[in-house]
Structures are given as C-alpha cells and as structure tokens.
Write a protein that binds this ligand. Structure first.
Ligand code: PAF
Length: 286
C-alpha cells in the first residue's frame, strides 16, 4: 500500500489503476482507525479492484470548542490496519494541501433540510464542512463507489443527497455499524472515555433496542416512549443531546403510521459526545 500526501500524486496513482482497467473504491476517514473502518475498506475491496482510503481531520467540520486539536492522529497504526483490510492507496493530505487558499473563502457545499436538526442542531456548520470536504475528495479520487458507516446515519443521508443532487456518478454504500460485545458502537471518540464512562456508554444502544422492541410490540406514543428512555439515559449518567424517531429514508419526523423508522440518539458522557442509531423496518420481521 502506497501513502501519498498530494492531490497530484493521488491523481497519478488513481489514473494508473484506471489505465489498468481497475474499478476504484473510496473510503474517506479521519484516521484513528478501528474495526468499523476496516469493515468499510473490506467492503470496498470486495466490490472493486483498487481501494483508496483517505485520512484527513477536516477542520471545516469542527465547531468552536470541539475536539479538533485533541482528535487522535495515529498514522503509522492506521497504515497497518488499512493494509490488512485490503487498501491499495492511502491519501493523507495536510490542511494546506486540502485548503491551499485557506478556509474563509473556500466554496462550500450545503445540503439543506437533511443537515438541519439532530446532529446539525448541536453542531452548526458541521454537515456543510462534511459535504464540502467529501465533495472535494470525490473530485480528487473520482471513485466508482464510496463506502460510509451507517453509524453516522445523518451524514450518510447528507452524502447520498449531495451525490444525487450534484449528479456525481458515484455509488454510495452504507455499511452496518460495528459494535463492541456489550453493544457500544465503535467510534474513535470512545477512546476519550474513562473506565467508568466506558461502562455507562452501552446504555445508549440498550435504549435504542428497548425503544425498537416497544414499537414492535405496538407502542405508538412516541413522545412518551422517548421521554421514558431519555430519563433512563440521564439516570445512567448520560447528558441529553437528542433522542428521536424519524423516517428512515428521509429523516423526517415519524408518525404512528410510518413503518420504516430510524431511532437516533446523541448524548454526552462528560465532555465526550457519542451518537448511535437503530434502523427499524416494521415491514420485516424482527
Ligand atoms: O465520518 C468521517 O470520518 C468524516 O465525517 C468524513 C466522512 C471522513 C469527512 O471528513
């Protein structure tokens, strides 16, 4: 696996692979990789002949007071994991390479509606930062397909929308969330948790499961159900950001008649913000 740091080298390597008739897959990441990321790379490797991954901690998607500075940079360990997972080329640019003219005048890509609410409410500008960097990366790599984790459910919806709306010929694949044995969704941010907080964190996924089970059992009073579970989360020590039931396909608020649902949660454990979600399709048996 080769690592390149410039757009020029990236384009040259991808052009070489294309000239050999290879199909290109792409997995953008911010590094500090875990088995969830490895699953994304492995999925791409199943589908195409040449897998490109990127590692770039994108300042444009971090708000003031967020963890941009302390976000872990672990390039050597990440390279090993990528190689093992079947990656052929790593693009690891600097901030200057990605934003040579600075960020203030950078053209932005925004996906209205889908970017509002949920994580968009507590992280203003976040999805514009994501949509902008992903658009840039897509234009640099020009992949046939790209793989993203379903753990960032709203992000995946935003990316599907931008590819559709901007007519990018890229197939977007959502890969199921990888979880620890106790249910906690793998995330680079889990590394911020103390031992005590790590023991509390699985409550998030437990709550999602209990909500899904209650809905499967016929409960349709969503406000009451959510308030009950929110209370349990807070009793466990998780500070509220949001807990919502939405329509799975467009993230609009769910009504009692909707059958394809997603339950989404975000909560703070100390200063660490964790998110998770559970897709619940009532048209399919449990
Ligand atoms: O999900 C992430 O790691 C990031 O938001 C992404 C898609 C790599 C864009 O910076």
């Amino acid at each position: 696996m080769n690592t390149v740091k410039t757009v020029r080298e990236l384009r040259a390597a991808v052009a070489r692979a294309r000239s050999e008739g290879k199909r290109i897959g792409f997995v953008p990441t911010m590094g500090n990789l875990h088995s969830g990321h490895a699953a994304l790379v492995a999925k791409a490797a199943q589908r195409v002949d040449f897998v490109v991954a990127s590692i770039f901690v994108n300042p444009l998607q971090f708000g003031a007071g967020e963890d941009l500075d302390k976000y872990p940079r672990t390039l050597a360990a990440d390279q090993e994991k990528l190689l093992e997972a079947g990656c052929h080329l790593l693009f690891a640019p600097s901030v200057e390479e990605m934003y040579p003219d600075g960020m203030a005048g950078q053209t932005r890509v925004s996906v209205p509606q889908l970017s509002e609410g949920l994580c968009g409410a507590s992280r203003p500008g976040h999805f514009e930062g994501v949509a902008t960097v992903v658009s840039k990366l897509f234009n640099m790599v020009q992949p046939d397909l790209a793989v993203f984790g379903q753990k960032d459910y709203q992000q995946l919806a935003v990316i599907r929308a931008l590819v559709h709306d901007l007519n990018m010929p890229i197939q977007i694949i959502g890969e199921p969330t990888v979880r620890a044995a106790d249910g906690l969704a793998l995330s680079s941010r889990n590394g911020y948790l103390s031992e005590e907080q790590r023991a509390i964190a699985p409550a998030l996924y437990r709550s999602l499961g209990q909500i899904a089970q209650a809905i499967r059992n016929g409960e349709r009073d969503y406000p009451r159900l959510l308030a009950e579970q929110q209370q349990q989360l807070e009793a466990a020590g998780l500070r509220r950001d949001y807990l919502e039931i939405r329509q799975a396909q467009n993230l609009r608020p769910a009504t009692a008649e909707d059958r394809d649902l997603v339950i989404l949660v975000a909560a703070y454990l100390g200063a660490t913000r964790l998110i998770d979600n559970l897709h619940l399709d009532l048209n399919t048996p449990a």
